[in-house]
Design a protein around this ligand. Structure first.
Ligand code: UDX
Length: 431
């Protein structure tokens, strides 16, 4: 099928490349000429394992093109995806400026029946908004339909998640429009749920908020574990074995971050507010997430007798492994607090360092993982990159002032750390 994808951010680029790989003719559009130029040369503007190989393969096969004109791409396609950013506005409500602008451009260009698909995360009712904007450009209602097709991919495993989704959600007013997407996704052979527009939009918010709530729940339990001497991993395993609960997203840690959970939880609270419902459960979910990080740092502070003059080694800066994304990363909260309390930070991350350097040029960055240990009063493990999982503990410890490790992601076992002469502290386990 002939497909246009507007926006080459995480969602747009991965969607476009995967659809091209499935044999469709894809045009990806971006209004940033430098991005388009890079992509034409097979260079990805985002860090995602496997994406560049896939871009290059499809450029070679001529199944994908990168362009700047929404109008040309719309006229060349039967399905047009809107995959532009919807960052939180000042009051937390998603800012739909980019979605509106793109809808206008599409509306001006439509010259034959086109299915316009909203893949950006948008508040309930945005399908109607896009429909109205397109109609305002003078397009008759028979010439287009708007469909909501939310995206559930995770950074770091985005290609796999797009090729192997648990489900595909398609919200539409007319079955005929939904069927276009059913046809597009049929080769994936995955369950498809066809709903009305509002339900599809709500499924996205509800899913992400539920997952964030699940993590906040186990993080709240981790505090109880620390207080009563239980072990949160054992509690999570025991809970997760119940099929009704499930074992995934029960990993206690420093809390959730990234480009989706914080924005979508806040977004759903605002959507609810607009609909006259005070979503207190989600407010508590946010609150637990904020205090979880500060509580952990409080333990570091207590052990070191304050942070004034203390040198903290930091392993990992990205909000999770396999990405250079630092949006709402817990590392940022920790750096800010440590600096405010008079401490210093020496950090290492395999790919996210440059991004943090733009925000915190004043901290020290390491070339090698072991450098963070140099003279450190303690090390905090913030992101569970694979390369941090089997460190030579003797080498690490030998460079430190004190062999103290605060494991914010429960990567190590107390036994292995103590064997290497470390004092070991982790989430959800009393010292
Ligand atoms: C998430 C959703 O999973 C995805 O479906 C949606 O499309 C976008 O948002 P992503 O933000 O890429 O994906 O990362 P994810 O792997 O879900 O992790 C989000 C955050 O939760 C990370 O900070 C991670 O460290 C944290 N997390 C995740 C936990 O603390 N514990 C867990 O058990 C799982």
């Amino acid at each position: 099928m002939r497909v246009a994808v507007i926006g080459t951010g995480y969602v747009g680029l991965v969607t476009g490349v995967v659809l091209a790989d499935m044999g469709n003719d894809v045009i990806c559009v971006d209004n940033d000429p430098s991005k388009v130029e890079k992509l034409r040369n097979g260079i990805s503007p985002i860090y995602e394992p496997g994406i560049e190989e896939m871009i290059r393969r499809n450029l070679n096969d001529q199944s994908i093109r990168f362009e700047a004109s929404i109008a040309d791409a719309t006229q060349a396609s039967e399905i047009v995806f809107i995959a532009v950013g919807t960052p939180p506005g000042e009051d937390g409500t998603p800012d739909l400026t980019a979605v509106r602008a793109v809808a206008r451009e599409i509306g001006k260009a439509i010259d034959k029946y086109t299915v316009v698909v909203n893949k950006s995360t948008v508040p309930v009712g945005s399908g109607d908004l896009v429909e109205n904007i397109i109609a305002e450009q003078g397009v008759s209602k028979e010439l287009f339909d708007v469909v909501s097709n939310p995206e559930f991919l995770r950074e770091g495993s985005a290609i796999h998640d797009t090729l192997e989704p648990d489900r595909i959600v398609i919200g539409a007013k007319k079955r005929e429009a939904a069927n276009k997407l059913v046809e597009l996704y049929a080769p994936l052979e995955k369950p498809m749920y066809i709903t009305d527009l509002n339900s599809a939009e709500l499924i996205k918010y509800a899913s992400n908020s539920f997952l964030a709530m699940k993590i906040s729940f186990i993080n709240a339990i981790s505090r109880l574990c620390e207080a009563c001497g239980a072990n949160v991993s054992d509690v999570a395993k025991g809970m997760g074995a119940d099929k009704r609960i499930g074992p995934l997203f029960l990993q206690a840690g420093l809390g959730w971050g990234g480009s989706c959970f914080p924005k979508d939880v806040e977004g759903l609270i605002k959507v609810a507010e607009g609909l006259g419902y005070d979503f207190e459960l989600l407010k508590a979910t946010q609150e637990i997430n904020t205090t979880q990080t500060l509580h952990f740092l409080g333990r570091v502070e207590k052990r070191l007798g304050g942070l004034q003059g203390k040198k903290i080694g930091m392993l990992g800066l990205a909000f999770k492994p396999n990405t250079d994304d630092i949006r709402d990363a817990k590392s940022l909260v920790l750096i800010e607090e440590i600096l405010n309390k008079g401490g210093s930070v020496h950090a290492y991350d395999p790919v996210a360092q440059e991004n943090v350097e733009k925000v915190y040029p004043q901290i020290q960055y390491a070339d090698h993982v072991f450098d963070v240990a140099e003279g450190a009063d303690a090390i905090i493990l913030v992101t569970e990159w694979n390369e941090f999982k089997q460190l030579d503990l003797e080498k690490l410890g030998s460079k430190m002032k004190n062999r103290i490790l605060f494991d914010g992601r429960r990567v190590y076992s107390r036994a292995s750390m103590e064997k290497a002469g470390f004092e070991y502290y982790t989430i959800g386990q009393a010292q």
